[in-house]
Design a protein around this ligand. Sequence first.
Ligand code: GLP
Length: 247
Amino acid sequence: MRIYRADNYQALSRKAANIISAQVIIKPDCVLGLATGSSPLGTYAQLIDWYNKGDLDFAEVRSVNLDEYVGLGPQSDQSYVYFMHKNFFDHINIKAENINIPDGTNRDAEAECWRYDQVIERVGGIDLQLLGIGRNGHIGFNEPGAAFEKFTHCVNLTESTIEANKRFFASADDVPRQAYTMGICSIMHARKILLIAAGKDKAEAVYQSFFGPVTPNVPASVLQLHQDVILVADEDALSEVKAHGLI
Ligand code: GLP
């Protein structure tokens, strides 16, 4: 594992965008695994900026997103498909047919998860998977207790995640209770993983995930077993790691 320390969110976003752009330049038709949440917003803004300056070309890039709320589609401004278009895809030259996101409007969970696993297989697997991290150590929507051997599946969201994500909805009651998510196994198959973490409320999750025991109780801890993981975090997110004298 490699850890890049960033002084602040802007520096973190720039570093993460640099790593993604290196991937796109080295392999223009690469498969990017993408994430939602507030953590990657700065990274996407930086990539858009470099695209506008002519430094990056997404014409051949393929993307697969981590997850989507069950019941939400492109018309819903809380859906992840909406988020990705608004914050990234609509501002770069990625082709519509190269964008893949689980279809939250498909209520047949088994069929949708199977379809999505086929999509990931058909594009040849993920070259670089971008991840945020939940306060409870979740990645994608793999909540504590998630089995490590799962591919795409339907999950029931925990109260902690509903609470954390309600800021994007009118109220906690409006947050969908289920989501389709790539599983831990799908994520672990990515050839490279880039996890970004910012802020004090991620400090415990970062410490437990990267320096605690590998356990399903902290889903991101499985990343310790991956051979190519980069953590880009700001000083606040690294504060527990520092307090334990580990960096
Ligand atoms: C959601 C997403 C995760 C994301 C997490 C943290 O639960 N499914 O992929 O990592 O939120 O979000 P934020 O970056 O806003 O803290």
